[in-house]
Design a protein around this ligand. Sequence first.
Ligand SMILES: *Cc1c(COP(=O)(O)O)cnc(C)c1O
Ligand SMILES: [Zn+2]
Length: 427
Amino acid sequence: MTTTIDRSIDASVTDSSPDFGHATHLTCRECGAEYGLGAAYACVECFGPLEVAYDLSTVTREEIEAGPRSIWRYSPLLPVAAYAKDEPNLAPGFTKLVRADNLADRLGMSAPLWVKDDSGNPTHSFKDRVVAVAQSAARRLGLSTIACASTGNLANAVAAAAARAGMGSVVVIPADLEAGKTITTATYGGTLLAVDGNYDDVNRLCSELIGDPITQTWGFVNVNLRPYYAEGSKSMGYEIAEQLGWRVPEQVVIPVASGSLLTKVDKAFRELTKLGIIADEEYAVYGAQATGCSPVAQAFSEGQEVVRPVKPDTIAKSLAIGNPADGPYALDAVRRTGGAITSIPDPEIVSGIRLLAETEGIFAETAGGVTLGNFIRLLESGQASRDKETVLANTGDGLKTLNAVEDVVGPTATISPSVAEVKAVIH
Ligand SMILES: *Cc1c(COP(=O)(O)O)cnc(C)c1O
Ligand SMILES: [Zn+2]
């Protein structure tokens, strides 16, 4: 039975009727129980995750196309007020969809290949999308500080978004992250807590902090604001469809940490189809992990529906979530669409980074290497096709993970400034 419990309106922290656009309520993905729009994330009946539900019946393609060139053009499909775009924010999104002909040739593809390059976001990863939507929700709920448990890119995105908006930020990270993520985050200001532990320890700490009086004015973007945060990832799917001329690619490959981005790109394609904005065409969603943290790929290959937690050990730190919250939903999406979730060892991540850089001039972080490396394996095994139009998601920027390549690349030669020495190297 579906019950309706409204726990959203804590009069001390909300306006009388927060404006979440066309969003109508939160619903439990497991049992369907319904809740009011508030800072709630787990079902009190069954502990299932809550998801935003909408009435999208009036949304049109023309309305979207008339919007700004940022994620805010998709405001009608997100849990945000129409005026969210006018509040101080980083205005992420509408990143380039790059036609990757050189890479397609190298891989022997006969169908077009594209890279959705989210390194072009304000803090150089797709996390700016999810933070923009969660930040808007925090404002609607009267919260003055945004907080997060992060594997690195989210730390950047939260600290920068808070700075732009004049809000407080509290960012909690594992202490062993790349300097490209910790130094940048610290430079944006706010509170940065480096925890002696892995991401799963950090995430548990944040869950324990919720409910403590010191966090009363905080919104943890990926914990108690997670339903809103997660919806921000849909914008990558909307953009891919719009940039292809309002259609879906036949194959799309997405890196998997918690599994949220993958789940939401699929949701975006289904929503656009249901609204009649794109034709109802088949597509396959593929998920990419590093073998050193591959709980979802393991569950996929074993035919399991539950994901067994692992202890991460990989250079792909942005994907190092050993206990992925959306793992089962990512499995559902790839199985329903005929895709797969696979993994590759660290050396192939490095090769993937180099191949994308050498063929297309795109310097990806480790997650981008994971995506391309897995796609190569999928082609070799026949699980993906060279004859199908494909989009690879590059979700972050290689300048943040220089350590991944520093031992394998360098100057062709180090010489003194003389023509003779140049000629000695280049003949
Ligand atoms: C967080 C992150 C992901 C995966 O995100 P999930 O939604 O948790 O699966 C992918 N790539 C990069 C670069 C990230 O920072
Ligand atoms: Zn439930």
